[in-house]
Design a protein around this ligand. Structure first.
Ligand code: NDP
Length: 479
């Protein structure tokens, strides 16, 4: 049994409590490794190590920091197979997806922020009498808390800008998917990262996450996860005046106008709903289709979805793997039941899958498409975060914008139309941090990323992330 360790002060160490949690392989439903059940004592050790490392790391020439980060990116690329297979076993997603998306993107995150920091400049404001310039300095010790759906992808998306700007990091991956963060620590050591710069504490959110959030020496928290957890974190951190970046849940609309390229819209909408078992915060789970093409869209969409084979994520032909945990699997199934109670008709899927062989006890659900629900029922308002999508017809642009904006969330939206003016108009009227027109999940890392309403506060990505992890100081000089 593989036993994971915390990474503190450059060393792999056991949790102070000596206790471990079971780590399950979602595809088999079996325990395959042990995760430290850490608590505030481990966080304290990490803070001491990070404080010690801070002068070294923040004082290091930026080119040197950049070199270390680029080395980590190269190592990740070199060890793609090992990391991809670890991610798939830990999370349940298909291996081809870990290879094509998760691990390359983690490498790209280190590469992107490792080079972006070389181009980070600050402002100057001059008059005849005075020169103001802005110094941007690292915050010090910062906390990064990430979820289980895109484990290394989102973990690195947070720690890379924090490290690039000279901060020392206390990071907590989800206890459901700790493996690739654990493996990453080894690469950081090899890449020459000084001890204490990156500290990874494994364990439960309620213990480790809460201890990071309330620690007085941790001055900023970057969090990605559920809206309720985000609210808990804000409740603790806001009165302590910590900097906060909160990337939270979503219930994203995907709007299909009757003047769209129907073939592309149907294919991409199927991917947008079910990639990664629907466990991506950007998935388009509420599909609004203009009445005049509703039947045609439905037919094409269902024909794509019906080809999404569910099964062993290690098999190359698998399109949809296992859901991350038994609790999450039960939650998704309960929403399918709710949809039926609310009057929905299941057009395809809706059932548990028990593949033959090693995965017979894994947590699988068929990709599920439901119609006949009102836009404002619970199924269409609450985040399910699984392989469940609904089809809702609409008549007019005004009507669909109102339906799209009707949830508490506002993370991402997709619009399908060949009419340029309509595309821009609808994008402007949607309450959403991100709008894709005639595409989905195209991610340019320079762009601001984040949500409005209950989907979060603040933006990640590009210079936004470097600004978040630095403190601006204005210096005014009399000339
Ligand atoms: P959670 O909010 O349950 O957990 C996220 C992280 O926070 C985990 O590491 C968790 O630890 C930790 N945590 C839990 N409770 C606390 C606490 N009280 N204090 C501090 N940390 C805590 O989210 P999930 O892991 O279930 O992830 C799914 C959610 O993430 C969905 O709502 C999804 O929409 C959202 N998400 C948002 C994205 C965005 O960019 N906006 C991107 C991806 C996902 P542990 O796992 O041990 O409980």
């Amino acid at each position: 049994m593989n036993t994971i360790s915390n990474f503190i002060g450059g060393e792999f160490i056991k949790p102070v409590s000596g206790n471990y949690l079971d780590n399950y392989e979602p595809a088999t439903g079996e325990v395959y490794s042990l995760v430290p059940d850490s608590d505030e004592r481990d966080v304290e050790l990490a803070v001491i190590a990070a404080q010690k490392a801070f002068p070294i790391w923040s004082g290091m020439p930026v080119e040197k920091r950049s070199e270390i980060m680029l080395r980590i990116a190269d190592f990740l690329t070199l060890h793609l197979e090992r990391f991809a297979s670890a991610e798939t076993i830990d999370q349940g997603k298909p291996l081809w997806l870990s290879k094509a998306m998760d691990i390359p993107r983690a490498a790209q995150n280190f590469h992107f922020f490792g080079t972006e920091i070389l181009h980070f400049a600050s402002e100057a404001h001059a008059t005849n009498q005075h020169l103001n310039y802005t110094l941007r300095t690292p915050i010090g010790v910062v906390g990064c808390i990430s979820p289980w759906n895109l484990p290394l992808y989102l973990f690195s998306w947070k720690i890379a800008p924090a490290l690039a700007t000279g901060n020392c990091v206390i990071a907590k991956p989800s206890e459901l998917t700790p493996m690739t963060a654990y493996l990453l620590a080894e690469l950081c050591q090899k890449a020459g990262m000084p001890p204490g710069v990156l500290n990874i504490i494994h364990g439960l959110g309620a213990k480790v996450g809460a201890a990071i959030t309330k620690h007085t020496a941790i001055h900023a928290i970057s969090f990605t996860g559920g809206t309720k957890t985000g609210a808990d974190i804000a409740r603790t951190a806001a009165p302590m005046f910590k900097k906060l970046s909160l990337e939270l849940g979503g219930k994203n609309p995907n709007i299909i106008f009757d003047d769209c390229n129907l073939g592309e819209a149907a294919l991409t909408s199927a991917r947008a709903a079910f990639t990664n078992q629907g466990e991506i915060c950007l998935c388009g789970s509420r599909i609004f289709v203009q009445q005049s093409i509703y039947d045609a869209f439905k037919e094409q969409f269902l024909s794509h979805v019906s080809r999404f084979t569910v099964g062993d994520p290690l098999e190359p032909g698998t399109v949809q793997g296992a859901l991350v945990s038994k609790a999450h699997w039960e939650k998704v199934l309960s929403y399918i039941e709710l949809a039926k109670q609310e009057g929905g008709t299941v057009l395809c899927g809706g059932n548990v899958v028990n593949p033959e062989g090693r995965c017979e006890n894994g947590w699988f659900i068929e990709p599920t498409v439901i119609e006949g629900l009102s836009y404002d029922c619970r199924t269409n308002q609450e985040e399910i975060f699984g392989p469940v999508a609904t089809l809702v017809p609409f008549e007019t642009e005004e009507e669909v914008v109102a339906m799209a904006n009707s949830t508490n969330y506002g993370l991402a939206a997709v619009v399908w139309t060949e009419n340029l003016s309509k595309a821009h108009r609808v994008a402007a009227n949607l309450q959403s941090g991100i709008v894709w027109i005639n595409c989905w999940m195209v991610r340019d890392l320079r762009t601001p990323f984040g949500g409005v309403k209950h989907s979060g506060v603040g933006r990640e990505g590009g210079f936004e992330a470097l600004k978040f992890f630095t403190e601006p100081k204005n210096v005014c000089v009399k000339l």
